[in-house]
Each structure stands twice: as C-alpha cells, then as structure tokens.
Write a protein that binds this ligand. Structure first.
Ligand SMILES: *Cc1c(COP(=O)(O)O)cnc(C)c1O
Length: 370
C-alpha cells in the first residue's frame, strides 16, 4: 500500500467520552468534508455507537451518503443549500439551518406540494458575519416558520467566530455573541414559541465557554483530536488524542554523493555522502508542498528530515546512511509516533482542519481500535 491513513477510532471514542464527561450535553458530531478527512460513514457509525445524538454536514450530498449507508439519526445541514437541493433535502430527511424567509417559503412550498413535513433549525448570526439571520430577525423568522404548517421548528443555533482564542477581546466578543444569542432565544420563548434544541458550542466554546453549551454541543476538531493551540498546555491536553495517522512506504533507497541535489527546483543538496529514501506520498495525497524541507518522517521510530521539494506523488527523506532503514519499511508522516497534524499545520502556517480535510481519497483509510 503506497499511502494510507490509519484512523484510530479508539482515540475518537476517547475524545467523544472526554466531551461527554466535560459538558454532560448531547453531542452533534460534524462529519462535513468526509468527517474532516477521516471518513464520514465510519466516523458516524462509531459516534452513534458511542451515544452521539446527531450529525452535521455542509452539503446535502454528504447527508445523502450517510443515509445510503444506513444512518438514520437526525442530520443537520449547516450550510445554506441551493434551492435545487430541496428535493434531496426531503428525500434524505435532512434538517436544514434557516437564515432567511425565502428559504422557508421554498421549503414550505415543496413540502405542501408533496404533502410532507420537515424539521428546521434557525441559524442566528450573532457575530460570525456569515450565514444566519440577524438576532432581531430571529423572532419574525420563528413566527413565519410557525405559520408554515409543513415546517417544524426543531432548534435554534449560532456559531462563534473566535471561541478558541485566549485573547481578552476575543473572549469578550464570544461573550457578546452568547448574550445576543440568549436574548434572541428568549424573545422566541416570550412569544410562546418553543425554540427546540438550543445549540452553539464548537470546539473552542466547549473548552473555553461553558455558558455556551445550552442543550447540545457541536465540537468538530476537538473530537478529531486537536485541542486549542496554547503555550501553556492544560491538563486536558493529554486526554485529547489525534485520530488520524498518515503513513507511506519507503519505495526506494539510494546513495547520493555530497553536493547532489534532490527533487524539483534543487532546493536541497546533500551536505555529505548520504542515502535518500523515497516515500510514496506527495502533495497529491494531501501532504502540503509547503512542508518541503520543513518536516520529518518517522521510520522505525526514528525521525528523518524531508529532503527537497515534496512532489505530487513522492517525497524524499535523508536517512543519513542509516542501514536500519529498508525498502518497503513504513514511514509515519504525522500522528502515531510522529508529530501530529496540528504541529504540521503550525509549521506551514495553517490549521489542522485543512491538513486532515485535504488528505486525498486515493489514500486508503484503515480503521482500527473499535
Ligand atoms: C464545522 C462546524 C462546527 C465544528 O467546528 P469546530 O471548530 O471543528 O469545532 C460546528 N458548527 C458548525 C455550524 C460548523 O459548520
């Protein structure tokens, strides 16, 4: 196998248990982008076996894939769907987030014509500045939904812009979002409308803002094993375990002479006579090209530096004439015994979400530990 992602379901379940114990709330597991690259169907099944109450997707097609694989729990559709996805939303029994009156009308019209019903959640923009209605519009929208016989208001949600930040003004901003959200939910209740499940907390808010937990929490990255980047690692850190481990094979070993360059653009030349191991993984698999010359792979428990540009399908490491490395040994790129995807993300200036989401589908996922 040239490149594979070992998905440690035991670690995922441990992370779920951590969030359950910490919050004591029902959990909605975001499985959008193929569960952040981990495989939506397998992650969903593991999550549901662990007592998770619902799942979240960003595209109707992602919800349909789960339904085709026998998943029957509520599936929230976080993103604003295109009107042409409405039939699929009904067929797959998805629960869309509502930001505007037009979408309510479109859903109601379709439901009335098909003589069917649908549950929806109102999404309120309390400061993210993206999807959602304004806090003032939430009550009118709730009233409008109440007046649509085919629609059932099953929840009210918001999303935080900076809940994972330790900066004082970001914390204050999150508190402002929470208070705007509470006020909007209260206005709905005061009008005699049941808001359904009230939910807001993403990973950052689960860890840093207990007053945002409400009736359900929606942590994604935390369940996939990456806590908040902090200098001062708190004790919960040791309880959060990265779920993905990326591996490749040593496909060729060869000696090269001092001064010889390796790979595209000749950005690395051998400082001494050495041996190069070619690994069967590249940016086409999702190993970021920006990590060229800036990362190391673990082979048999020892770290070896990447040498030269990461190519589409290959990269190279300098194994320094270490004769313990053999052709077809396995190299760990991140996770497992190597540094994790969050550290790789930090090295190249991005976030772990982007690293795991970008692991290409040609990298086989192997599920272990459940
Ligand atoms: C992706 C997403 C989450 C999870 O965010 P994390 O930062 O991964 O915890 C929660 N809610 C919504 C609406 C999302 O789109």
């Amino acid at each position: 196998m040239r490149a594979r992602a070992i998905i440690h379901l035991d670690n995922f379940l441990q992370n779920v248990a951590f969030v359950k114990k910490l919050t004591g709330k029902p959990i909605c597991v975001p499985v959008k982008t193929d569960a952040y690259g981990h495989g939506a169907v397998e992650i969903a099944k593991a999550a549901l076996n662990a007592g998770v109450s619902c799942l979240g997707v960003a595209a109707a097609a992602e919800g349909t894939e789960l339904r085709k694989n026998g998943i029957s729990c509520p599936i929230l559709l976080f993103s604003q769907p295109n009107p042409n996805e409405i039939p699929e939303i009904f067929d797959s029994n998805l629960t869309p987030f509502i930001s505007d009156f037009g979408f309510v009308d479109a859903l109601n019209k379709y439901a009335a014509a098909k003589n069917t019903k649908i549950s929806v959640h109102i999404k309120i923009d309390t400061g993210m500045g993206r999807l959602g209605c304004s806090p003032e519009e939430a009550l009118p929208l709730a009233k409008h939904i109440r007046n649509c016989p085919a629609l059932n208001l099953a929840g009210v949600a918001t999303h935080f812009a900076a809940s994972d930040s330790f900066k004082k003004d970001d914390k204050t901003f999150t508190q402002l979002q929470i208070s705007r959200f509470k006020d909007a939910v209260q206005a709905i209740r005061d009008a005699g409308i049941d808001p359904g499940i009230v939910h807001a907390a993403n990973s950052g808010a689960v860890l840093l803002h207990p007053d945002s937990w409400f009736d359900m929490v929606r942590p994604g990255i935390l369940l996939y094993g990456y806590a908040i980047a902090e200098e001062d690692k708190p004790e919960y850190y040791s309880q959060i375990k990265p779920v993905m481990e990326l591996r490749a094979a040593v496909s060729l070993i060869k000696p090269i002479k001092k001064g010889v360059s390796v790979s595209y653009d000749r950005i690395w030349t051998a400082p001494n006579d050495t041996d190069i191991a070619v690994l069967s993984i590249g940016y086409g698999d999702g190993l970021p090209r920006l990590a060229s010359n800036r990362w190391a792979a673990m082979i048999n428990g020892k770290a070896y530096s990447l040498a030269g540009r990461i190519c589409m399908d290959q990269c190279c490491v300098d194994i320094e004439q270490d004769k313990t490395v053999s052709q077809w040994d396995e190299a760990v790129i991140f996770g497992g015994l190597a540094q994790d995807a969050a550290t790789l993300a930090q090295v190249i200036g991005t976030i772990p979400y982007e690293i795991t989401c970008n692991i290409n589908k040609r990298v086989e996922r192997i599920y272990i530990g459940n």
